[in-house]
Design a protein around this ligand. Structure first.
Ligand code: 5AD
Ligand code: FES
Length: 362
């Protein structure tokens, strides 16, 4: 007899009850879920894997999120900024090794000095790389004016994770003040989209207090927002943060399995978006990122941060690639992607098909 999971996968109608059933899928049902996700991935994005060179620009952060190792109350890390030369060198490395795109990732700062620096760096990178290169920013919540300045400077994509789409849970994992306001974050995503960025968001899976219902709401939130890109990883405690001491019903292995399920459901529901294989997956399972590529993800992010800073961009404990150099990650990435028969799309910016179609309708 046909299982209910198999029926849902055929009918492709997804509201909360169906998503909950998929999140609970086990054994043969779980296998069916992954098989369907893989089928849809190959049909819509092929076997191509796009490379995004990750540049962790600075770990200075004005925010104090309860889960994050670079929160401003953590006095036990060395704060750093890459120099302009280091950012440009990393960008050149990505360009000459045909990565197709970079992501400039940073703690959140709103000072004019920071905004101006990012603007200047984006302009320089754009000048070096020409039009056919993806420049993604992930520098937190900013004003509309700032987002516009960075867009005009040449940034084409922006990543801002909602972390959880449930306002109550959001308030439990952030301080209760104006700079950690759920609605402002939602609003930032709308502003980014209106400006014309390719917009990515995502969540953490396995947060204390998070339920399967929350995850189902998160998936529907992303669907409704009509996102172009998605980055999702398991929550992993950092020993210098308040959530380290929190009771968590999810052990690391179940967070990992659940993350793969969420990714599979997202691929099935949002067929042509770009999905990243998050670094956090590899902190739990040595082949975490490859498993994500096998069933749903089509973006891999080799780290390009100069090695002596990596240890200090510690969002969570046991982060991978902290001792490796950009060259090590380059060699390792190729081997890892080949291991799962992925086809590295060298030199392609890899705009999400969802974004290309969205723009062609305007
Ligand atoms: N575990 C997993 N992911 C984390 N992030 C921050 N802290 C953690 C953690 N403890 C993620 C957030 C953020 C992204 C840059 O890193 O989702 O948006
Ligand atoms: Fe960095 Fe493998 S990708 S060491």
């Amino acid at each position: 007899m046909e299982s209910i999971v198999s029926k849902i996968l055929q009918h492709q109608k997804f509201s909360i009850p169906e998503i909950l059933i998929l999140l609970n899928a086990e054994n043969e049902d779980e296998r069916l879920l992954y098989q369907k996700a893989r089928e849809i991935k190959l049909l819509n994005t092929g076997d191509k894997v796009y490379l995004r060179g990750l540049i962790e620009f600075s770990n200075v952060c004005d925010k104090d999120c309860f889960y994050c190792g670079i929160r401003k109350s953590n006095k036990r890390i060395k704060r750093y900024f890459l120099s302009d030369e280091e950012v440009i060198k990393a960008s050149r490395f990505a360009f000459s090794n045909k990565y197709g795109s970079i992501v400039l990732l940073s703690g959140e700062m709103k000072s004019e000095k920071f905004v101006e620096r990012i603007e200047r760096l984006v302009k320089q990178i754009r000048q070096i790389t020409g039009d056919e290169f993806g420049i993604t920013l992930s520098c937190g919540e900013q004003s509309k004016t700032t987002y516009l300045r960075w867009f005009k400077a040449g940034a084409t994509r922006y990543l801002l994770r909602i972390e959880t789409a449930n306002e109550n849970l959001y308030n439990k994992i952030h301080p209760n003040d104006r700079s950690h306001d759920f609605q402002s974050r939602v609003n930032s995503l709308a502003v980014l989209k209106k400006i014309g960025y390719q917009v990515g968001t995502g969540i953490m899976v396995g947060l204390p207090g998070q339920t399967l219902l929350h995850l189902a709401e998160d998936i529907l939130f992303m669907k409704k927002l009509d996102i172009d890109m998605c980055g999702i990883g398991p929550f992993i405690e950092h020993h210098e943060t308040p959530l380290f001491h929190h009771n968590n019903i999810w052990d690391l292995d179940s967070r990992f399995d659940l993350t793969l399920k969420v990714l599979a459901i997202i691929r099935i529901m949002m067929k042509n978006i770009n999905i990243a294989a998050s670094t956090a997956l590899q902190s739990i399972d040595k082949f975490g990122r490859e498993k994500a590529i096998q069933l749903a993800a089509n973006v891999f992010m080799p780290n390009l941060t100069p090695v002596h800073y990596r240890e200090d961009y510690s969002l969570y404990d046991n982060k991978s690639c902290v001792k490796e150099s950009p060259d090590d990650c380059q060699i390792c990435t190729t081997a890892r992607i080949e291991m799962v028969n992925g086809n590295i799309a060298f030199g392609e910016p890899g705009d999400s098909t969802h974004y290309i179609l969205r723009k062609s309708k305007v």
